[in-house]
Ligand binder design. Sequence first.
Ligand code: SAM
Length: 233
Amino acid sequence: MPEVTDLVRLRAEYSDRERRLAGSDRYSLFNLPNLFTIQQRQRAILGLLRLEGLYPLNERQILEVGCGAGGVLLEYLSYGAHPARLLGCDLLPKRLAEAQILMPHLALVNADGQNLPYIAQTFDLVIQSTVFSSILDDAVKRNVADEMLRVCKPGGMILWYDFWLNPTNRQTRGIRPAEIRRLFPGCCIRLYKVTLAPPLVRRLIGVSWIVCALLEKIKVFNTHYLAAIHPVD
Ligand SMILES: C[S@@+](CC[C@H](N)C(=O)[O-])C[C@H]1O[C@@H](n2cnc3c(N)ncnc32)[C@H](O)[C@@H]1O
């Protein structure tokens, strides 16, 4: 069963990551390269939400599939999402418990994205942020994509943010536009290449923030895709 294999693998991967990153500030906002990467991603996402007519967020019903420890949900609260209409789920109970401590008022559930515990056509916005790249089994990815489509309202949107290239982590697999299109067949998809390669940011941010911003603008060294995916009835 792919989901059991994935659960075991992901659990091992996250405890290993915890060990490796113990005492490190790599993913802290006090870490300048990480601050650059997060702020640039937020600018891109806020711009996209406005462009797609989802702003303001407070009346929107929003779900994050694979919310992990809740970093992205916290960001959506700061963008104006209403706590009663912002939901999350994740396969790993330990990560979900961390999110729930940060946001006790949010409805977070331990669930596999392949079987979302929500009725069809519930959400205006369904988010996936670096979840598909952490799933190695093609059938699991297809099932999660189908479930995201099922719970998305007609006229709603799936927001995709994930990398297409990360040669250093063998527990993940980058996803290119052709695969995104295969996962969401028949949908209207607008793609943006974003996020300057983090190793480059780590080298250059001390030299100049502006140089990093300009390099990101030319897109050649960008490692992620941000996508607005609209189911077409
Ligand atoms: C790299 S983390 C991203 C967490 C969060 N979305 C963020 O951007 O900070 C990937 C998350 O996807 C979750 N995940 C992987 N496969 C899943 C599945 N089939 N159903 C639900 N969550 C899953 C993992 O447990 C993990 O928390």
